[in-house]
Design a protein around this ligand. Sequence first.
Ligand SMILES: *Cc1c(COP(=O)(O)O)cnc(C)c1O
Length: 492
Amino acid sequence: MHYVSTRDASLRYTAAQAIEQGLSREGGLFLPETLPALPDLEALTKMTYQQRAVTIMKLFLDEFSEDELRTFTEKAYGPEKFDCREVAPVVSLHEKTHVLELWHGPTCAFKDMALQMLPYLLTASMQKNGEDKTVCILVATSGDTGKAALEGFRDVDRTKILVFYPKDGVSDIQQLQMVTQEGQNVGVCAVVGNFDDAQTGVKRIFSDGTFRQELAERGYVLSSANSINWGRVLPQIVYYISAYCDLVAAGRLTLGDPLNVCVPTGNFGNILAGFYAKQMGLPSGKLICASNANNVLTDFTRTGVYDRNRPFYNTTSPSMDILISSNLERLLYLLTGSDEEVRGYMQSLNETGRYQVSEKVLNQIQENFVAGFCDDTRTLNTIEKTFRNGGYLMDTHTAVAYTVLQDYRCATADDTPALVVSTASPFKFCDSVLTSLGVTDQEKGTAILGQLTRETGKAAPKPLASLAGKPVRFTEVTEKENMAQVVSELLR
Ligand SMILES: *Cc1c(COP(=O)(O)O)cnc(C)c1O
């Protein structure tokens, strides 16, 4: 199977090349040229999560052996990393409403599902490509990705990782998670400014040819761990298929029954993986794209106009505070099959902040997707209501999705069984969750974890509970102009 770029389909790559490069040289994203068919679902229902992952990922990775993938999945999703045997368990709220919990990994957010796997895929890809340099992963993070990438790459041979986060732009818990990071090959640095400053700084380093050359001479090649890399999308396809199998095995679905899926969406990576699963033949119904007040995707799905010229809101679901959803570009290519058309849309986005897809593309989008959004007030209401009626505690991102699912059901009377994708542990966003429960006098630092436990009777996940008392290793703060120097020092 070959991989092509969304902006130039004449360039063909192996999976290992696509994963090592991350982003195509002309700015496009890599995706597989053809879609493999779903393997026998009945056989998959009898497998463990790790076995399902091998079976599905193998279809996309010709030059990786089954043995290799078995080793990767056992390490990435093993008991030292995930706190439950099912890895991505499905919990039923009602007969027709199920929650797919993607936060049982080492950093308690769904980014672990892909970022535990990516280091294995990336280092093996480099070996297959004959690359002999050490890879240096640079990450700009608004919170969840940085920690998940640090955990994924810590002490992985021939890799270094450096994470930049906005000095006053992440939660206390998120900052503590990063500055206490263990590992010999890791670095963490605060940037004076906001997330955009950190991200712009990283992009500037990537595009600085002289600096890259200098690093190459010292034996380093730069790479990125953000969700434009195919190696992050692929592991996410697995859990949609796995969840369906679990519901069949539990007798909640009969093989072939449709299942709607509702995904809290930011960069469109997670829901895109759900679309891939559907295209491969999973009996998915509607893919419901849920947003917070930054509802650019809701408008797009309803009108076909993508317009980022709008106010930016900081919400209680910060991992979805985003106005440019990069992975949408892959969807546009999948639907149009035309690099030329995608190039046109992306050029327009670049120049005017806006594009409008053709009637045909819009119709295809609406056949597969519906979209909705909700504000912070309704998000917090949903957390409280769901907890008080039935005892299920969800985080703010999950609550956005659950609210949007309920809106959809009311508006359409579509009562197809539905899967709500849960992307973070409620303990990662203690302050908002406590606020939703009416607790205004909140404790500071890690003490807030215990406070949420006392309020709800739920135990904090181990990786968060064990932050208390961990030594702080990283205190460096840099101006955004000096980020390259920080990289240079880490690699000394
Ligand atoms: C990253 C993230 C999302 C958004 O996922 P995308 O793949 O960017 O759409 C949602 N919730 C949480 C908790 C996240 O960390």
